[in-house]
Structures are given as C-alpha cells and as structure tokens.
Design a protein around this ligand. Structure first.
Ligand SMILES: *[C@@H]1O[C@H](CO)[C@@H](O)[C@H](O)[C@H]1NC(C)=O
Ligand SMILES: *[C@@H]1O[C@H](CO)[C@@H](O)[C@H](O)[C@H]1NC(C)=O
Ligand SMILES: *[C@@H]1O[C@H](CO)[C@@H](O)[C@H](O)[C@H]1NC(C)=O
Ligand SMILES: *[C@@H]1O[C@H](CO)[C@@H](O)[C@H](O)[C@H]1NC(C)=O
Length: 498
C-alpha cells in the first residue's frame, strides 16, 4: 500500500515535471491549426499560426504561418520565407509557390477554393515559417499607424525581434539549422535580416539562433548592376535587334540605368517600347488582357513548340493567369529613398500587374479560414491583400553587395537563384553581381539537373556562394518550376552540390 502510494506520488511528481517540461518546451497550444478550410484530408504535419508582438508599446504584431516538416521536424532545417514588394504578403509563397497545398479555385468567384496536397511543398524537407513583414503587410498590423512609414533597416530589426520571440515560443527548434530565404524585394530583406541575426549571435543575444545561411531568388540587390542588366537580357533573349543593342551600348556608354545623354535616352525608350507588351515576370508567358484571354492563348499556341516546352510546369493548376499591365518602370527598379509599393505604382489597383490573386483573396478573406489560422478580427485587419499600399517604404540600406560579402566571409552559405526568363529582376544582374564580388570560382559554370533533365546552370564560388539559374522559369521560381525548385532547395539545405 505504502509502496503503491509512493509510486503514485512519484508518478504525480514525474507527471508534473513532464507537464512543466511540455508546457515550457513546446509550441504554443493556442497557435495550432487543427483544420484548414478547403482541405478535407489529414494534415501531413503540424501547422501553427498566429501573432508575435514585436513592439508592445505600439501594439505592433507580425503574423506567421508555420508548417512543420513532413520529414523529420526535430532535425530538418527551419527556414524563414519572405516575399517582397515592398508590401507583399508571404502568403504569396504559401498559396502560389511552395506551400503545403495547391489551391484549386472554386467554380463561383469568391467561394472557398479546394486545397490539394502539394507534392513539391518545401515542407517535405524543412520546417518553414511564412512571415508577413513589415507590419501593415498581409495579416500583420500595428495599432500605431506611424509604423507604416518604415524602411529596410527597421524592417530587418523588427524581423529579428520576431525571430528571437518566435524561437522562445518554439524552443524545440533552436538547435535545428536555421536559414533565411525570399525573393524579389526580399533580395533586400534577406541579407539585411541575416546581418541583424549575425550581429545578434556575435553579441551573445539570447536565444542563440543556429543560423547557417540564406537563399535569394530573383532578388533586388544593387541599383547599378540590376539597372544595367535589362539591356543585355533583352538582347540575349532575342527581343531587340543586334543593331539597336550596338547603338544603345555606344550612345549610353555601357550605362543603361541612368541615361547619360538625350540620344541615350531615346535609344533606351526604343528598347522599352519593343518589350512593352511582354509579361515581365516570364517572357514566355502570355500577358492576359482581361477577357481577351482566349485570343492571347491562341497566339501563345503559335509560339514554337520548343518555347512552349521551356515554359511548361509540373503544377496541376496553371500558374497565375496574367493580366495586362506594366510592372516596375523598366531598368531602374529600386533606388535609394522611397520605394513605391505595387498599388502605388499601379494607381491604387491592389494586385501587382499581370497577377491574378483570386484564390488567395478568396481563401484568406474567408471567415472560417481567418478563424482557423488565428488571424485578427476584420475590425483590426480588414481584408487581406496580396500587396498593400498602406506603407511608405524607404530603401535605406543601399547596395546589398556589402552585406553579401560580410555574410559569406563569415562562413554563412548563400544561394543566389534566378528564373532565367524573368525580365523584372533579370538573371544577368544576379550573375554579374555574384561574379563582381571577386571570389575564386570553385565550380565552373555547368548545367545542373532535375528529374534527369538539364534544369539550369550554376557557378560556384569560394566561401559557399552559389549562383544558379532555373531554365524557363519566371520571377517566382517555385511557382513556375516546383519540382526543380524543391530539388535545388533540398540539395542546398543538405549542403550538397546542386
Ligand atoms: C505612435 O507612435 C509615435 C512614435 O513613437 C508616437 O509619437 C505617438 O504618440 C504614438 N501614437 C499613439 C496613439 O500611441
Ligand atoms: C564612357 O565611360 C568611360 C569609362 O566608364 C569614361 O571614361 C568616359 O568618360 C565615358 N564617356 C562618356 C562620353 O560619358
Ligand atoms: C560588415 O562587417 C563589419 C565587421 O564585422 C561591420 O563593422 C559592418 O557594419 C558590416 N557591414 C554590413 C553592411 O553588414
Ligand atoms: C561550405 O559549407 C560546408 C557545409 O556547411 C562546409 O563544410 C564548408 O567548410 C564550407 N566551405 C567554405 C569554404 O566555407
């Protein structure tokens, strides 16, 4: 009797310790997503979502959606994903690129989409955090709207504050290798945040993040190099003539991002005019003129079959329908100072040009979805938008090259990847700046493969800096080439040659 009583006591003590252990050592109960509206199966891994307050006095709250790995969550890397804009939600990545689901639009516009499992989800091999950043973007918000005037440096320090708090909520992931990734304007977010993280590690900030490296896709990097990249790109792609290329080179003295003379400006205007009707995010894709989609599809079919093959995708649903419109002014996307958000550029249309954000809108603005993922009430965050015009955003960190030099020289691994048919941030710029750093080439330009086919080209530099193209892909690589994207992602995270 005594013995069994003591066993019970011991059990209670152990149970108590166990419970304490569980409650301090694991993910917050309130954040778990138990069911995902639109999806009828069993989730292949645990999902969590919610807010982290990065500034208590302002009520500044950043929203995240966390997908545990479908492999070995306790060992697989943790990867933070950021979309760009500035002002675009990282649900772009979740819904259209490498999230756990493929979204099938409902027959009736605005109805809940049907969700299918995505066989190429990045959660197959990693734990992944989709973060809406800065406050004001997607489902993130601040109670003090002065926070919507922000810039590169503030965004990086807020995202760093988010990471420190997030890992305190999910301490069981602190020992996993940690990577930061993103695309487009996240070409600025990723290195500036990585630099904050590294400064924190060097200064002994707790919790200590097990940061290993980063990935940038078609990323904005350097005003001059990116600005000079368009003319050689459109020439190489056969969109302008040899004669015009020679003329623009001599008139502009090799500097295409700021016209150096009137005659140079005239030639550059000619270049812009020639590529004006083309979809900037993927020159192989049609740019839909709204209801004229059918007509465009016909002209698309008249493309040589080798072109159509190049643009083919494994995605079961077509990549986003493209609508007519212009993107960033060509050639000089990002300069120091204020950066217009997409809607500001587009006279307050909320979606970026050429993109159809219908399934994302239908899903993220559905009442049941918002409740299931713990989004703020509609009175706080009225409606989710792919890209917001709420921000006044300043590019105040200058060129990213100095950040890349610092990070790689400290031993952090970097993968700079580029869909080679993107005209928005063309690969010619990323190729040029990675080379300009001056590191020794350790893996000379060669094809890389996926599924037994050449999937693009890569050049490896000293200090684990890798440049990689994805053949036939547009701006958002995992949207256009999901299988290839999962392949290079997996290899990079594992530290294997791609
Ligand atoms: C919002 O933040 C600014 C800057 O910190 C501060 O001056 C202002 O008082 C705040 N407004 C409110 C309503 O708290
Ligand atoms: C052209 O560029 C070269 C090298 O950058 C420079 O020395 C030269 O002055 C430039 N010429 C003109 C006309 O701008
Ligand atoms: C680069 O590293 C040096 C030394 O660690 C540091 O002083 C400097 O601020 C860093 N620059 C950037 C842009 O991160
Ligand atoms: C590159 O990364 C690998 C894997 O993390 C590491 O073993 C190696 O030392 C790194 N090489 C350099 C030159 O930093």
């Amino acid at each position: 009797m005594v013995k069994s009583c003591c066993t019970v006591c011991l059990c209670l003590v152990l149970l108590h310790i166990f419970l304490c252990f569980v409650s301090t050592q694991s993910a917050p109960e309130g954040a778990i997503v138990t069911q995902v509206p639109g999806f009828s199966g069993t989730l292949p891994s645990k999902h969590y979502a919610g807010y982290v307050t990065v500034d208590e006095s302002h009520g500044k709250n950043l929203f995240y959606y966390f997908v545990e790995s479908e492999g070995k969550p306790s060992e697989d890397p943790v990867v933070l994903w950021l979309n760009g804009g500035p002002g675009c939600s990282s649900f772009d990545g979740f819904v259209y690129e490498h999230g756990p689901f493929n979204f099938e639009a409902a027959k009736t516009k605005g109805d809940l989409p049907t969700l299918h499992l995505n066989p190429y989800s990045w959660s197959k091999v990693s734990n992944i955090i989709y973060l809406d950043s800065p406050a004001g973007v997607g489902l993130s918000y601040s109670k003090n709207e002065t926070d919507y005037k922000t810039g590169d440096l503030k965004t990086a320090s807020d995202s760093h504050a988010f990471l420190l708090k997030w890992f305190q909520l999910y301490p069981e992931f602190l020992s996993n290798p940690f990577f930061i990734s993103g695309e487009s304007y996240a070409g600025v977010y990723v290195p500036t945040l990585a630099s904050e993280v590294v400064k924190g590690i060097d200064a002994g900030v707790q919790p200590k993040l097990n940061f290993k490296g980063y990935m940038v896709g078609n990323g904005v990097t350097d005003e001059e190099i990116d600005g000079n990249a368009l003319v050689p790109f459109v020439h190489g792609m056969g969109l302008i003539s040899d004669d015009l290329f020679e003329e623009v080179k001599s008139e502009c003295n090799g500097s295409f991002y700021i016209p150096t003379s009137e005659s140079c400006a005239i030639k550059l205007a000619k270049v812009d005019e020639l590529v004006d009707g083309i979809n900037v995010y993927n020159i192989l894709e049609p740019c839909y003129h709204g209801t004229e989609a059918v007509k465009i599809t016909e002209s698309y079919i008249r493309l040589p079959s080798s072109f159509r093959k190049l643009g083919e995708t494994d995605k079961p649903f077509p990549v986003r329908k493209r609508m007519f419109g212009r993107a960033w002014p060509l050639r000089a996307p990002v300069r120091d100072g204020i950066v217009p958000t997409w809607p500001q550029l587009m006279n307050l249309q909320s979606a970026p040009p050429c993109t159809d954000d219908e399934v994302a809108n239908a899903w993220l603005n559905n009442e049941a979805v918002r409740t299931a993922i713990h989004a703020a009430k509609k009175s706080v965050v009225s409606s989710w938008e792919l890209c917001t015009n709420r921000l006044r955003f300043y590019h105040d960190a200058g060129s990213m090259i100095k950040y890349h030099k610092n990070l790689t020289s400290k031993g952090y691994r970097a993968l700079i990847f580029s869909g080679d048919h993107d005209m928005c941030v063309p690969f010619t710029g990323s190729q040029a700046w990675t080379s300009s750093i001056g590191y020794k080439i350790v893996d000379e330009w060669r094809p890389w493969s996926s599924n037994g086919q050449v999937a693009g080209y890569t050049q490896g530099y000293d200090k684990n800096l890798t440049f990689l193209t994805i053949k036939g892909s547009g701006h958002t690589v995992p949207e256009y080439k999901p299988r290839e994207a999962l392949d290079f992602y997996k290899r990079f995270l594992a530290g294997l040659p791609i």
